[in-house]
Design a protein around this ligand. Structure first.
Ligand code: SPV
Ligand code: MG
Length: 435
């Protein structure tokens, strides 16, 4: 890049490229050489969702756009570091960031430009191109099994940690898919869905003892798949007989499920949160390794994950036993380890993660903080957890609300008293719009 020519910096996520981007680049080109700062995948997924096109694909596209001289990667929403490094004469941006969540970012840019002697150019935001509308149109088109299946690994590789909430039917799937809040000025939503054996069974009025058969569980998964696009992790209980598990793996892959988690128990499986209050038997290491190996051999896609769930802490077998099993399962081919605990204190989970990470830096660790629920996702992630599953909270919150409604109607002999506990009729009839 020539020293005399001025340069102008444009930061973009732009995984859906439209005429508004081209207009900004053309405008920028009038001021000098255009440097595009592409936000990396992790930054994009931190404030909206995982980009449809990865960084490398976006680089190829931008390098072919007329007027672009250089492409750099911006690794944070905050421009400060990259501006200090590149010292551009100008930064250009749409004027939409004067208000809303981007306002503090703009203020920081102004501060740094002041420091380095640069100038901010703001162009009118391209009305008529609504990324939200484009995204809604894409969501309405749905996704394919291949795309959905591959998403979980991409998320694990690009995000600090992956958050997962249970879904047990189409409606709860939609809640996980669409719920978004703002945290510290950034939008936040769940990354993936957990099809819990406890919630799937409970929703069908059955106990969580592997009684709901695979066909029925597949129906639940299908219901969720039909109306969502986020990746799915299935609670596969014990995985059943090895001879059956190999079929299950292929069925799940075909549907577009990203991962199955199987636990190292045998006999009549009971929910882990009973702990040692009920009789539960752990499988031998060799048998469970065999199940993992056969599952991995059966797998036909490269992205599907078989995650081994270690029940040693649940069954009071101690940390050493848990670690020995976890390493043995990884050795057999497990793509991740789920460690579970029913203690209120997260200590045994943290001890496990810390010790496991001494010998294994990369295998994803999955945690389910149902009992030890005071610890935050960030703390778990700092220790080395990669996936945090909120395993039962939608059904647990729905049940008391529904029961209260039933009781109130019975007591009053009419429905008026429950009106304020309920969604207004106008809203329920439009909650699920027609396509
Ligand atoms: C489930 O959600 O069904 C689980 C997690 O397996 S737990 O209920 O905590 O065992
Ligand atoms: Mg379960």
């Amino acid at each position: 890049m020539s020293k005399t020519k001025k340069n102008i910096y444009v930061a973009m996520s732009a995984d859906i490229i439209h005429d508004g981007h081209i207009k900004i680049i053309n405008e920028a080109h009038k001021y000098g050489e255009v440097i595009i700062g592409l936000l990396d995948d992790e930054v994009i997924s931190s404030y909206k969702r995982y980009p449809l096109l990865g960084l490398e694909q976006r680089k190829v596209i931008f390098s072919s756009i007329n007027g672009v001289s250089q492409i750099v990667v911006q690794k944070s929403l905050d421009y400060s570091d990259i501006l200090r490094e590149l010292r551009p004469n100008y930064v250009i941006h749409g004027d939409d960031w004067k208000e809303g969540t981007q306002k503090p970012i703009r203020e920081k840019v102004l501060e740094v430009l002041d420091e380095i002697g640069g100038e901010l150019i703001e162009v009118p935001y391209t009305r008529g191109v609504s990324i939200t509308a484009l995204e809604e149109a894409l969501t309405a088109l749905g996704t394919t099994p291949d795309v959905r299946r591959a998403k979980l690994r991409r998320l694990i590789n690009s995000k600090e940690y992956v958050t997962v909430l249970e879904a047990h039917n189409g409606l709860t799937g939609l809640i996980v898919e669409k719920t978004q809040v703002e945290v510290n000025g950034k939008p936040k939503s769940f990354d993936a869905m957990w099809i819990s054996s406890l919630c799937d069974s409970t929703a069908k009025g059955k106990p969580d003892i592997e009684l709901v058969d695979l066909t029925s569980r597949l129906n639940t998964i299908n219901e969720v798949i039909e109306v969502t696009t986020k990746p799915i992790i299935l609670d596969g209980d014990t995985g059943g007989k090895v001879e059956h598990f190999v079929y299950t793996v292929r069925t799940l892959e075909r549907l577009g499920v990203s991962a199955v988690i199987i636990e190292d128990k045998v006999g009549l499986k009971k929910n882990s949160l009973f702990g040692t209050d009920v009789e539960q038997t752990q499988d031998t290491i060799e048998n469970f390794q065999h199940k993992i190996r056969e599952g991995k051999k059966a797998q036909v896609t490269s992205e599907f994950m078989i995650i081994a769930r270690v029940e040693s802490l649940i069954l009071k077998q101690g940390l050493k036993n848990a670690l020995k099993r976890a390493h043995a399962y990884v050795e057999a081919g497990a793509d991740g380890i789920m460690i579970h605990s029913k203690e209120k204190d997260p200590k045994e989970i943290l001890d496990f993660i810390d010790s496991f990470r001494k010998d294994n830096k990369n295998t994803p660790i999955v945690v389910v903080p149902s009992s030890y629920n005071t610890i935050t996702e960030q703390e778990l992630s700092k220790h080395g957890a990669n996936i945090v599953i909120y395993a039962n909270h939608l059904i647990r919150s729905a049940f008391p609300a529904m029961k209260k409604t039933a009781e109130t109607i019975l007591q009053a002999g009419r429905a008026k008293e429950v009106d304020e506990m309920c969604l207004p009729i106008k809203q329920i009839i439009t909650l699920i719009p027609e396509r």
